[in-house]
Write a protein that binds this ligand. Sequence first.
Ligand code: SF4
Ligand code: SF4
Length: 442
Amino acid sequence: MNKKTLIRKVFDAGVVGAGGAGFPTHVKLGATGADTYLINGAECEPLLDADCHLMTTMAKELVDAGRITAEALGARLLFCVKAKHAEAVDALRSAGADVFEARDYYPLGDEVILIADALGRTVPEGHLPTEVGVVVNNVETLLNIHGALAGTPVTHTFVSTGGAVGRPTLFRAPIGTNARELLEVSGGIGIDPADAVFVDGGPMMGRYSDTPDFPVTKTTKGILVLPRDSLLATLEQMPVEEMLKRARVCCCQCNQCTVACSRYLVGMGIEPHKIMRAMAWAGTRNGEVLRMALLCSECNLCSALHACPMGLSPRRVNQQIKKALRESGVTPAFVKKEASPHPLREYRLAPSGRIKERLGLSVYDRESVFEPDLLHPSEVRIPLKQHVGAPSVPVVEEGQTVASGACIALPPEGVLGAKIHASIDGNVVSVTSGMVVLRRRE
Ligand code: SF4
Ligand code: SF4
């Protein structure tokens, strides 16, 4: 298949990065000069296991789609899977794939880290993996490409429930399903809901919420329930202003956040202790230091969850700086320069098991059971922005009947975005600039 046809099919199916980033895949596949098509099966967040299940049970579909895509890119296909997931490695190899068996540390799923580990290449700071000849897609994204090649749009997502739930479960959920519904079908919330927080994603990088009433999107990989008084929830829910007040009092500039920073260790010019100093003490602030925040992957290793001995989270501060720079339209340029990993990187990696212990998550360490038929939501709320770029524009009206797979929203002409499709057969009950709500037809 030629590249133009592939890109058209992927665009028509509304495929975006399913690993959490949501970057429109048809744009990624437009890259030129790639020699390697890397499939990210690292799945490094604790308690998430959807990708491992897909690699084990749908290896043939993944390898078929991978080969077609790699050929269109003119690149070789390479799957990256943690060696500990032997079943997934065996299934992919049996389907004819070339597999790189990776070590088990966090955050291996960050594509910059994965490229360093699997290929020994360092992505220049502020640049894309294509600068070093690599296109990276997540496992579920590749499965969605497989669907796109057959003309099937993205209507469902594989999502696992975990943490304090009755029975961790893996679903193939219609996009727009309320997270509360997934938890109910997973045996319910295992603690008093008033004492719980709900995570859209993994515990280290997910979005924390007081309520489970949010819709599953194309990028949702997990729905977790955690105790409100856990260190994780406390750090994630503390207002950044409060964090900075504390930083003024107790950030001792010990440098431990920088010593542990995954992006610093891979050779990028980010030093979170300097960012913390600059934000806590305005007199030390300058554009050069704040610009470093743009190199942050938000992996959370710098925070009290792993590195900071004073209960702080440089990650939360970086998030705020990135948001402010984005909103003010500032896009600092990064000059491309040679970089190499820190000489001590090998000794400073964070083993996944240690992270899980430190976060108190080992008690929830149960494999989810795949239940393909348990979920039949009567209503779905489909957000019009589930991707990087502009929100999509609805092309349906209230009262209209739609079939699952019908296009309900298009990206604005000439702007980065993705198509969105109905995930159930239903009637359109409301359309706003942010959401289309469908009710199932009986
Ligand atoms: S680890 Fe914590 S206390 Fe040390 S420099 Fe970083 S933010 Fe400050
Ligand atoms: S979250 Fe912290 S450790 Fe991770 S990349 Fe950002 S600054 Fe570095």
